[in-house]
Design a protein around this ligand. Structure first.
Ligand SMILES: [Ca+2]
Length: 283
């Protein structure tokens, strides 16, 4: 079992933010606690045609060399302690601050994808928190895309889509995550009409050799395009999978082949991929 003190940071976010972003008195940012326990990692999302980075997805990690380092353990522990609302605020803020510090928002058009649970999206106070944090950190919300998953919780909340649309009104982009697994409820897809549709890695694995997956991924890409969404496939690990999804007309790709999650904003050729010929071109 982990002690709550492992999750809490006594220094607080104001100290950390001030150290990183001096001078930065950031009232909304300061609402978040145990800031320093979270290290945001960033995984590139690249354009399928030329592998140029178009965005990064922020993925939270707990303190290095601690049992809380894996995201799954970090979130499960926070959930068990009733600290999930606080942890999600920390992840949101830390991901924005570290991304800005590394110059993500100085790269023209590059976006930051942030994961949020349906519970947080439906929480009225988080909407105001999100608005204030981007304003105080100095990020245009149009450069931020909110990734939503966990379809069962969305279905159980009839007001969810309305809550989500309030984020779009602030300028945030909306991505539906894990499409093809959780988001089999196409009604949600139809109502949200996401800016980005992210096809689940379970469907992408072996898409080059599995006729069923090939058909389903192709259909989801066509569906996304018909709705005006940019389609991203996740979990691309081989050149054959990359070639297959390119052939199906996907817009963007994410996965270990083109970039692993890292604390720094990596370009694909630097991202620890096994330098396949498709990527060597950029070296
Ligand atoms: Ca995600």
């Amino acid at each position: 079992m982990f002690d709550i003190d492992q999750l809490r940071d006594t220094r607080g976010v104001a100290t950390a933010a001030a150290a990183m972003e001096r001078p930065a008195p950031e009232p909304a940012v300061a609402e978040t606690r145990f800031f320093c326990t979270v290290t945001p990692f960033y995984q590139p999302i690249v354009r399928a045609s030329d592998l140029a980075v178009t965005a990064y997805e922020a993925l939270a990690r707990g303190p290095a060399d601690s049992p809380l380092h894996p995201a799954r353990t970090l979130f499960a522990t926070a959930s068990g302690l009733g600290e999930l609302p606080a942890l999600e605020r920390v992840c949101w803020t830390a991901s924005l601050l570290h991304a800005r510090r590394q110059g993500l928002f100085r790269r023209p058009g590059t976006r930051l994808f942030l994961n949020l649970s349906p519970d947080r999206i439906a929480e009225p106070s988080f909407h105001e928190f999100a608005r204030r944090t981007v304003q105080e950190i100095g990020v245009d919300p149009r450069r931020v895309v909110i990734e939503v998953t966990e379809e069962s919780r969305i279905r159980s909340n009839p007001d969810f889509v309305r809550s989500l649309m309030r984020y779009r009104e602030l300028g945030f982009g909306i991505a539906l995550d894990d499409v093809g697994t959780g988001f089999s409820d196409l009604r949600v897809l139809a109502e949200v009409r996401p800016d980005y549709l992210k096809i689940a890695l379970e469907l992408v694995r072996g898409v080059d050799v599995h006729p069923g997956r090939h058909h389903v991924v192709g259909s989801l890409i066509a569906l996304g395009h018909a709705m005006g969404s940019t389609v991203v496939v996740e979990g691309v690990e081989t050149e054959e999978e990359l070639a297959a999804v390119r052939g199906l007309g996907v817009d963007c790709v994410q996965g270990h082949l083109v970039g692993r999650p890292a604390a720094q904003l990596l370009e694909p050729r630097m991202a620890g991929a096994p330098s396949p010929p498709a990527l060597r071109r950029a070296a």
